[in-house]
Design a protein around this ligand. Structure first.
Ligand SMILES: Cc1cc2nc3c(=O)[nH]c(=O)nc-3n(C[C@H](O)[C@H](O)[C@H](O)COP(=O)(O)OP(=O)(O)OC[C@H]3O[C@@H](n4cnc5c(N)ncnc54)[C@H](O)[C@@H]3O)c2cc1C
Length: 510
């Protein structure tokens, strides 16, 4: 019989990832006693610190290493979905790229009934973090907590890729986080002193001795509910069961972890929960639905010599926003460019090369996450990649664009770039489609599984309170109603900021 330890706090935050670290910091600054429970470890990890070692972290103990169910429209493959299981969360495993998204993304969220989430509402939050201007001229001073690196000397091959894109007809955009996304750009990064800067390092660690406490290596297995009120959480640590109680619980376990925790606690679709043997507390059918992600297809060229990545930078330093059809109101493609060849397991090639990862960032295909027959087992994750024909067409257009860039003079003549993949596999449209299905991988931007909104499938309201449950909010990438046009870390930081502001405003006297 395991012994029980009890903890008490004003607020419990589940997950010390991108959003959770921001929530904890702001609440601690406002005088709340905050307890952060994180499944992964809290220690220095050289491979996390070094921006160039991202790929070493995949399938390591710091990766939840989720796998999708077999994907019908991607040759039946089970795709690897890395997620950070460490203090820092997925920000500790990611490529550190800082992208706010398109103003239209947030105006769309607001148009769905999410008051307070329009671009006009969220732009000041981004500007206070990054100071990068924007289309409506908001002129905020950054508060300096999170460093966004915009001025650095990129690798020579990255300069050539940008020039090749220009030669292929794209405008060069010096600030994709500013007036307009379109064009090819050098990336902005969350890096400090050549080390990865997670929100855990920037926001959370400075308050660990004043207001916030963290319990690492602690896997939260359920929310403690008294009727329809959440009063705490229960976790496993070193074989012991521990419990924490608080006035309010904020679930920041990410787009996979958050819906799974709600489902295991009896908050979800009543029929499905019954099938898994979980007692239903609140029938909330949207939990786990509306899974959205971005998708990548590799376009790989050999080069006649290696390219070196400058110290303190990741292997990707440039990307582009473009439209697969000229009539689209917002870019739907965001290829990103690596100075190394990223071969899939079935591919073969020389060690010197570049990868232009053709990226789709406004997908039509949506999926879902369900509990396994034994709810304690890994969840069943089905993004239904490429189930919508439009996504296949858009990714095919992205591949063609990347092929044109590889063939442009600055890569062809200066680096001797020769396309390897898809190469002859995509000589005609059928071949290109087959290649896309065979090689599509995640862009790592799962969102939407605890959707914010006011419709029947919404899980949280616009103040991020779980519908039908007292004392419980969700604040992370899972609440996004639709996936933004661009990488999802900056939007998750913004959500953390906004969640904390909403909580402080709800009880200002504390
Ligand atoms: C490989 C990779 C590359 C990426 N590259 C970029 C990029 O360059 N730029 C960008 O903008 N975005 C990128 N992303 C996406 C971005 O990192 C995520 O969207 C963002 O980190 C999500 O933040 P979050 O707070 O929702 O979740 P997370 O940061 O994943 O935090 C969730 C935390 O909750 C913890 N947790 C989960 N379940 C439990 C539980 N039951 N008990 C206790 N703790 C739990 C997890 O361990 C984790 O620490 C990338 C992601 C990955 C994985």
């Amino acid at each position: 019989m395991s012994q029980e330890r009890r903890h008490q706090a004003d607020v419990i935050v589940v997950g010390a990832g991108t959003a959770g670290s921001v929530v904890a910091r702001r609440l601690a600054d406002a005088g709340r006693k905050v307890l952060v429970i994180e499944a992964g470890p809290h220690r220095d990890e050289p491979a996390v610190d070094d921006p160039a070692r991202m790929h070493e972290l995949w399938n390591s103990p710091l990766d939840w290493a989720f796998r999708t169910v077999p994907q019908e429209h991607a040759d039946g493959r089970r795709l690897h979905l890395p997620r950070g299981k460490v203090v820092g969360g997925s920000h500790a495993l990611n490529a550190m790229i800082w992208v706010r998204g398109n103003p239209a993304d947030y105006d769309h969220w607001a148009s769905l009934g999410n008051k307070g989430w329009s671009w006009r509402d969220v732009h000041p939050i981004f500007a206070r973090i990054d100071g990068l201007g924007g289309p409506d001229g908001f002129d905020g001073e950054p508060d300096g907590i999170l460093d966004i690196v915009t001025d650095y000397e990129p690798a020579p091959v990255q300069r050539s890729i940008v020039e090749a894109a220009r030669q292929a007809g794209l405008p060069v955009n010096p600030n994709y986080n500013g007036e307009r996304q379109d064009g090819v750009s050098f990336m902005h990064f969350t890096i400090r002193d050549e080390r990865r800067l997670t929100t855990a390092r920037a926001y959370l660690e400075p308050v660990l001795r004043r207001g916030a406490t963290i319990v690492p290596d602690a896997n939260v297995r359920r929310l403690i509910l008294e009727g329809r009120r959440c009063v705490g959480v229960e976790w496993d640590r070193d074989g012991e069961v521990e419990r924490g109680y608080a006035d309010e619980v904020v679930v920041c376990a990410g787009a996979i972890g958050s819906p799974v925790l709600l489902l295991r606690s009896g908050i979800g679709d009543a029929d499905a929960l019954g099938g898994s043997g979980v007692d239903v507390v609140v029938h909330l059918p949207g939990v786990g639905r509306n899974l959205q992600d971005h998708w990548l297809v590799p376009v790989i060229a050999s080069t006649d010599r290696p390219s070196t990545t400058p110290p303190g930078l990741p292997h990707t330093q440039s990307h582009l926003f473009w439209r697969s059809r000229p009539d689209l109101p917002v870019p739907d493609l965001q290829p990103l460019h690596f100075g190394v060849p990223l071969y899939e397991s079935w591919m073969d090639g020389p060690p010197n090369g570049v990868s232009l990862m053709a990226g789709l960032v406004r997908p039509e295909s949506h999926g879902e996450i369900r509990l396994a027959a034994d709810p304690a087992d890994a969840p069943l994750i089905d993004p239904r990649v490429l189930s919508h024909e439009a996504d296949l067409e858009a990714l095919a257009a992205a591949v063609r664009l990347c092929q044109e860039i590889i063939a442009a003079p600055d890569l062809r003549d200066t680096w001797g770039a020769r396309e390897l993949y898809p190469g002859p596999l995509a000589e005609n449209t059928d071949g290109l489609h087959a290649y896309v299905r065979r090689s599509v991988v995640t862009y790592h931007h799962q969102v939407g599984t605890c959707k914010m909104g006011v419709d029947d499938d919404a899980v949280v309201d616009p103040d991020l309170r779980v519908h039908g449950v007292e004392g419980l909010r969700v604040a992370d990438a899972s609440i996004m109603p639709t996936v933004p046009t661009g990488n999802t870390n900056a939007p998750a930081v913004m959500i953390g900021e906004r969640a904390a502001a909403l909580m402080i405003a709800a009880s200002p006297g504390r």
